[in-house]
Design a protein around this ligand. Structure first.
Ligand code: THU
Length: 145
């Protein structure tokens, strides 16, 4: 894997430690690489009313968008039960796919990882936006706003 993506995975691994998951104990970290080289990170944050919980991917995007970023290259994701020894590969949920779709081109990369709890990368898979959400809905395709 390219150095810049390895660094992105490291950032996702680190921010995963900040996940707030008293209900699922399933911790997720995400690191988003912008076209300008900057990285924004997010972790999942749960809520006792369940519905308001937010995934790591969307937290990373919200952080980037509110800082003015509009061009994105890739997102790395590290998922797994809080106390697992191995973090198995996980892919973004449907809501996150649609959320990311708003801001991403077809070739935006989703980097999924399998890691040890110490942060060693065991395996990875890279899919594009088009692959994880084909025939996606984009209001922008219909009207200029
Ligand atoms: N979760 C994420 O943060 N990202 C995903 O792509 C899938 C699921 C979170 C939501 C919830 O806090 C926990 O993982 C279990 O579903």
């Amino acid at each position: 894997m390219e150095e810049k993506y390895l660094n992105l995975v490291k950032s996702a691994y680190e921010i995963r430690k900040m996940a707030y998951t008293p209900y699922s104990s399933f911790n997720v970290g995400a690191a988003l690489l912008c076209d300008n080289g900057k990285t924004y990170v997010g972790c999942n944050i749960e809520n006792g009313a369940y519905g308001p919980s937010i995934c790591a991917e969307r937290v990373a995007f919200v952080e980037a968008i509110k800082n003015g970023e509009r061009g994105f290259e890739a997102i790395a994701i590290v998922t797994g039960p809080k106390d697992a020894d191995i973090y198995e590969m996980g892919s973004p949920c449907g809501v996150c796919r649609q959320f990311m779709s708003e801001f991403c081109d077809d070739d935006f990369k989703i980097i999924m990882t399998k890691m040890t709890k110490e942060g060693e990368l065991l395996d990875s898979k890279i899919l594009t936006m088009n692959e994880i959400l084909p025939s996606r809905f984009k209001l922008k395709d219909f009207k200029s706003i």
